[in-house]
Design a protein around this ligand. Structure first.
Ligand code: FEO
Length: 374
C-alpha cells in the first residue's frame, strides 16, 4: 500500500491505525460517519505497538508502521482488548516480528482461543512494566467493554498518555485525528452514540473507569476508535459523567410500527400528550429508523411510548427486535406507556407491558395504555 502515513502524536508516539470510511454498520450499529481502528506505535530501541486493527485492515496498519519503523522490529504488543476490531492483526504482527503479546489474564484467554499460542505475557492491573525504557501501567476496566479490557498509561515525551481502548471512543472516520482539528459537537454526538450502543449496559463499571481516568491526569487520551483527546479531555469526561449517571432530560421517545396506519396515527395522538407537558418529543417509525439511533435517544430520555398493532395475537417482528435491543442495552430509568390497534383480536399491549415491566421500567401513572379497534 502506497502513501499511507503514520500520524505523529508526540515525538515518539504515532497513530498507525486504519480508517474505514465506508463502514455503515459496526456489528449492527449504524455508523454514518464511518469507523476507525486506532493502533499506536511507540518508537524506540524496542518498538511497542498498542492494539491493532480489524483483520481486513492489517496491510493498512503495517504500511503506516513501515512509515516509521520496519514492522519486523516490533518487540512488544500491548493488547488492551481482545475483541476482533482491535486484535485482528495481533497474531500476524507477533508472528512476523516475534514480539511478545501483553494482555490481561482474561485477554490472554480470549486471544489464545481466537489466535492460538503466541508469546503471551500477563499484565496485572496497577503494576507497571518497563518495555524498551518506557514505563507503562495497565489498569483494568472490566466490561468497558469486555471482561478483559485494560487501559494503558505511560509518561512518554514528557506527556501523560492514556491509551483508553473502547472508553472515550467514537465512530468517526476522518483523515484528521485530533479533537483540535474537527468539530467538537460532531465528535461528542458520536461519543454519545458509541456509549449508548457499546458501553451503556455497564454504566457502573464505566463510572469507575471514568473516575480512575480522571485521577490519572492524562495530557492525551488516545482511544481505539475515532478522535484523540488533547484539548477537550474535560468535555469528554463531563459527557461520560452525565451518561454514566444516566442524567435525564425532559424528553419522550415514541417508537412504533404500524400495519394499516392506525398505530402511526395513534403515535401522534400519544406524542401530543407529551408535547402538551412541554417534553421534547421524538417519533421513530421502526420501519424507517435504526435501533442504534433510537437507543441513543433513550439514554437521556425520561419517557418511552411504544406502539404496536396486534399481529396474530402477539407483536410485530420489528417491535420484538426493538424490545430485544432495549433489553440488551438497558437505558436506565424509563417510564413507559403503550398504544396500539387491532382488528379482530388484541394481545400486543399485554405482551409489551409484560416485557417492559420485566425490564424494570415503570408505567407512567397518568397515561393509561390504549388499544383501539379498527
Ligand atoms: Fe472496539 Fe469492544 O471493541
Amino acid at each position: 500500500m502506497k502513501n499511507l502515513k503514520a500520524v505523529r502524536v508526540s515525538e515518539h508516539v504515532y497513530w498507525v491505525g486504519a480508517v474505514d470510511y465506508n463502514c455503515r454498520s459496526f456489528h449492527g450499529y449504524s455508523t454514518p460517519r464511518g469507523v476507525t481502528y486506532n493502533a499506536y506505535l511507540i518508537d524506540g530501541d524496542e518498538p511497542i505497538l498498542i492494539d491493532t486493527v480489524k483483520a481486513a485492515f492489517t496491510q493498512e496498519m503495517l504500511a503506516r508502521i513501515a512509515d516509521v519503523v520496519d514492522p519486523a522490529r516490533i518487540r512488544h504488543i500491548i493488547s488492551n482488548h481482545a475483541e476482533y476490531d482491535h486484535s485482528g492483526a495481533v497474531a500476524e504482527v507477533a508472528r512476523l516480528s516475534g514480539a511478545k503479546v501483553y494482555a490481561s489474564a482474561a485477554g490472554i484467554k480470549a486471544l489464545t482461543a481466537m489466535y492460538g499460542a503466541l508469546d503471551y505475557v500477563p499484565l496485572v492491573s496497577g503494576q507497571a512494566v518497563t518495555l524498551g525504557g518506557y514505563s507503562l501501567t495497565p489498569y483494568a476496566t472490566p466490561m468497558v467493554h469486555w471482561p478483559d479490557n485494560i487501559v494503558t498509561l505511560g509518561k512518554i515525551d514528557g506527556k501523560t498518555m492514556l491509551f483508553s481502548n473502547d472508553a472515550f471512543g467514537q465512530h468517526f472516520a476522518s483523515s484528521l485525528h485530533f479533537d483540535t482539528q474537527v468539530d467538537l459537537h460532531d465528535v461528542l454526538t458520536e461519543a454519545k452514540k458509541y456509549y449508548a450502543n457499546i458501553v451503556m449496559p455497564y454504566a457502573a463499571q464505566a463510572a469507575k473507569a471514568v473516575a480512575a481516568a480522571k485521577s490519572l491526569s492524562a495530557d492525551i487520551i488516545a482511544p481505539s476508535h475515532g478522535i484523540i483527546w488533547t484539548k477537550h479531555i474535560h468535555d469528554i469526561f463531563a459527557l461520560y459523567e452525565k451518561m454514566t449517571a444516566a442524567e435525564k432530560v425532559d424528553k419522550a421517545v415514541v417508537v412504533y410500527d404500524s400495519m394499516w396506519g392506525h398505530t402511526a396515527d395513534a403515535a401522534l395522538t400519544v406524542g401530543a400528550q407529551f408535547e402538551a407537558k412541554g417534553c421534547a418529543t421524538l417519533y421513530f417509525d421502526l420501519k424507517e429508523n435504526d435501533l442504534s439511533d433510537i437507543v441513543t435517544e433513550l439514554l437521556d430520555a425520561q419517557y418511552l411510548a411504544v406502539g404496536c398493532p396486534t399481529f396474530y395475537g402477539t407483536i410485530l417482528p420489528t417491535v420484538a427486535a426493538f424490545l430485544a435491543y432495549l433489553k440488551a442495552l438497558k437505558p436506565a430509568g424509563l417510564q413507559y406507556m403503550l398504544f396500539g390497534s387491532y382488528g379482530w383480536g388484541g394481545g400486543a399491549i399485554k405482551e409489551l407491558d409484560a416485557a417492559l415491566s420485566a425490564m424494570g421500567y415503570t408505567h407512567i401513572e397518568d397515561m393509561p395504555d390504549s388499544a383501539e379497534v379498527y
